[in-house]
Each structure stands twice: as structure tokens, then as C-alpha cells.
Design a protein around this ligand. Structure first.
Ligand code: F6P
Length: 355
């Protein structure tokens, strides 16, 4: 049994743990040979791969990043023949055959799943594993990488808390998540943020300012605001994307945290600062939860291979390892529902969503 593995899209903690889970279970329970495909779908298109030695999967459980490397090859370009004249889908199918693969395991987020589904529909035996710090893959309670990123972002908020309180400042912390606010929601609650701003709930800057003023009236002269990088004001949601981008283009404050800090400085009398931890949130060793989840996801992939079941992606459903059909989840977003129990709980402890 020759199993190809690739990691595609933005990296996250737990990729190596999942790769190891697939490999160890495959070596243990199947007569397996593992082919590591480099840099995501790029490696499958270019035929860039190596037959892995069992020893290469040793000592990687705790390692961040991915030993296979990754890249973003957008799904929308997969059927596009570009200047290099390469028919990418044809090339991937040809390389799958020339690598003599029996199946392909793809570790990735939404874009990766869309291409995995495409390849499955093209007749390849594909199994997906859901990773992303954004936790925005439909059909799974959690993706691996998410809990580690929550821990990192929470640690940032904790550290900001003490300096905010010492200086009586408003601190606006920008947390990753362009379309989905799960990471901001969880880290915001865990870090005791006063305001949480999500892409799914448009904010009114005056309502955010009111929180700052109310707290000052109650002799709390600092405020912690956790904002997702994709959060939008009510006015911005009413604009077309191009109009928004044009507006931001001339803005010296390129990031949402900087814009909000600048606006609050004008509206309130508070001293405001923006903090952008950025890719730190994706780096380093996975937390214990993600090590276990990644391992279990990887092992389930090997079990599915043993059972000859393909066209699936592994999932966590109500706490149990399970799977979904790739065609049912590929391209389906999983935004935070504004009526989600976690949002309601946050509101019940007086966290403002700026709405
Ligand atoms: O999908 C993971 C993620 O970290 C998002 O939260 C973020 O919007 C995006 O990737 C950043 O992408 P890049 O690493 O390409 O800058």
C-alpha cells in the first residue's frame, strides 16, 4: 500500500503530529510505504516527492510547522492553465500514477479540501484531515491547530492585560481569522477581554467607545479589546469589497486593530495601543489537546485506508472521531453563529460585541 501525504495551505501546530499519526498507524496496521509530497499541491503538480523512511516520522510529535513544507495553491486557479502551460489537474493525476500511489492523504483547510474533493471526483483515492487555527471547516467540532492558537492568543491577552492595567490604556489586540472569528471568540473569553469584535458581527465604533467610557466611570481605566483581523464595522459591511479596499488603501493604519485604536483615541480620552501578534499564533509546538486530536485524526485516516474508504475527510463530531464526505464539506464555510451558545455566554458576562 503506497500512501501519499501532503500538507497544504497555512501551516499550524499539529501538522507533524497528524503526519506521524497516519504514518505510525499505517506502518503498524498496513504493509505501507509512505510518499511525502513536498510543499502541498505544488509538489503533486511538479512531481516533487520522496519515499519516506520510518525514522523520518520519529521525534516530530511536538514540532511546529510541517516536515513536508506547505504552499498555497488557490483552488480557483487549479483548472487555470497559466504561463507555464501546465494543466495542474492533469499533472496531479499523472504524478499520482507515476508515484504509484494507492491513495493520497491531504492535510489542510478549506481550500485544501476543495482541491481534495476535485481530485476525488477525478477518480483519485483521497482522504482529508481538517487543520486550521481558524476552526472554520464545516462538519467538525474542532480542527487541529485551533486549541494551540487559542492558548497562544490567550497568553498574549494575559500579558497585555497587566501592562494595560498598569498604564490605564485601551489595548486593541488583533487576532488571526479573516472570515471566521472562532479564535478571537475563544481567546477573548479565555483572556477576559471586555470587547470581542468578530467578522460575523458588524461593530459600531461608538458602541465600543461607550464600553471604554462606562468602564472609566466605574474606575476601570483600561479596556481590553480582542478584534479578529477580518472584523468589519457596520458601514464597511455595507460597502463592496473593492470599495472597502480602496478606502483602506489610503489609510495609514492598515490593520483593523490600528484603525480601531486610532478611532478610539479620537472618540474617547483614553490612550490606545494596537497589538498584532500575527503569525506567532501559528507557530511552535502543539498543545496537548492538539497532539491528541492530530494523532487520532491521523490514525483514523489510516483506518479508512485499511477499510478502503475514500472521498472522505476525518472529523470530530460531538466529541467522537468520525468522518464526512469530502463533497459535503468542501467549500462550505463555518462562521461563528451570532446566536452560538458561546456568544450568548459571553454577552451574559457583559462582554460587548460592539453591536
Ligand atoms: O488560515 C490561517 C490563517 O492564519 C488566517 O487566520 C489568516 O487570515 C491567514 O491564514 C494568513 O495567511 P498568510 O499566512 O498567507 O499570511
Amino acid at each position: 500500500m503506497r500512501i501519499g501525504i501532503l500538507t497544504s495551505g497555512g501551516d499550524c501546530p499539529g501538522l507533524n503530529a497528524a503526519i506521524r499519526g497516519v504514518a505510525r498507524a499505517a506502518y503498524q496496521t498496513l504493509d505501507a510505504e509512505i510518499v511525502g509530497i513536498r510543499a502541498g499541491y505544488r509538489g503533486l503538480i511538479d512531481g516533487d516527492y520522496q519515499v519516506m523512511q520510518q525514522s523520518q516520522f520519529s521525534g516530530i510529535l511536538t514540532m511546529g510547522g510541517t516536515i513536508l513544507g506547505t504552499s498555497r495553491t488557490p483552488f480557483r486557479d487549479m483548472r487555470l492553465v497559466e504561463e507555464d502551460n501546465v494543466d495542474k489537474v492533469h499533472a496531479m493525476k499523472m504524478n499520482y500514477r507515476s508515484m504509484r500511489l494507492d491513495c493520497l492523504v491531504t492535510l489542510g483547510g478549506n481550500g485544501t479540501h476543495k482541491t481534495a474533493n476535485l481530485l476525488s471526483q477525478e477518480g483519485l483515492n483521497v482522504i482529508g484531515l481538517p487543520k486550521t487555527i481558524d476552526n472554520d471547516i464545516y462538519g467538525t467540532d474542532f480542527t487541529f491547530g485551533f486549541h494551540t492558537a487559542v492558548d497562544i492568543a490567550t497568553d498574549v491577552i494575559d500579558r497585555i492585560h497587566t501592562t494595560a492595567a498598569s498604564h490605564n490604556r485601551v489595548m486593541v489586540i488583533e487576532i488571526m481569522g479573516n472570515k471566521a472569528g472562532w479564535l478571537t471568540l475563544y481567546a477573548g473569553i479565555a483572556g477576559g477581554a471586555d470587547v470581542i469584535l468578530l467578522p460575523e458581527i458588524p461593530y459600531d465604533i461608538n458602541k465600543v467607545a461607550r464600553v471604554v467610557d462606562e468602564r472609566a466611570k466605574n474606575k476601570k481605566y483600561f479596556t481590553i479589546i480582542a478584534v479578529a483581523e477580518g472584523a468589519l464595522s457596520v458601514e464597511e459591511t455595507q460597502m463592496k469589497r473593492k470599495e472597502r479596499e480602496a478606502l483602506w488603501e489610503g489609510d495609514p493604519f492598515k490593520s483593523v486593530a490600528q484603525r480601531i485604536a486610532a478611532q478610539l483615541t479620537q472618540i474617547t480620552s483614553a490612550e490606545c495601543r494596537a497589538v498584532i501578534p500575527g503569525h506567532m499564533q501559528r507557530g511552535g509546538s502543539p498543545c496537548a489537546y492538539d497532539r491528541v486530536l492530530s494523532t487520532e485524526f491521523g490514525v483514523r485516516a489510516a483506518q479508512l485506508i485499511r477499510e478502503g474508504r475514500f472521498g472522505l475527510t476525518v472529523a470530530l463530531k460531538e466529541g467522537r472521531i468520525s468522518e464526512n464526505k469530502l463533497e459535503d464539506v468542501a467549500g462550505v464555510p463555518k462562521p461563528v453563529d451570532p446566536n452560538d451558545q458561546t456568544v450568548i455566554s459571553a454577552r451574559d458576562i457583559n462582554i460587548s460585541f460592539g453591536d
